[in-house]
Design a protein around this ligand. Sequence first.
Ligand code: FES
Length: 176
Amino acid sequence: MSDTTQEKLQLGILSKDVIKHIDHWCTKFPEEKKQSAIIPALRYAQDAAGGWLSEDLIKAVADYLDVPHIKAFEVATFYSMFDLEPVGKYKIAVCDNISCKLNGADKIVDHIKRRLGVNCGETTEDGRYILRTCECMAACTNAPMMQINDREYHENLTLEKVDEILDDIDKQEDGK
Ligand code: FES
């Protein structure tokens, strides 16, 4: 472990696990192109930090990759998958583009709003969910769809299916 790595672990900004993932991604690019690992590095850092990136965290990722802070800030502020303030642990994004809209996306959004008691862009009081709409996620043939936490796709949604998905999450969280 390098001195620099040790320093960051001591500062507690990047966890060992995050550093392990960043190191893994760095092996995929030439040494002088570490900047290419910024997106996965920020994603792991964000996940480990509870779903959002503080300025210190963005700087720590940039420092670890030996790139100027501005490069990491450019990425973090450009992509919608990054949040720069605390948000719900589960990020629900319902696609409301044409195929999904024609197949009932508005009803899905209204149903989730009612169930969670939030409007789009808001986090539930318990910090469990944030609800958003999003642009086409390339799942148009199985519209309507929603994504949870930038990874899980749920397609051919119905109100019942939405409830099952959210019930499962609630059970999992309440059982902790
Ligand atoms: S329009 Fe919703 S996934 Fe394409």
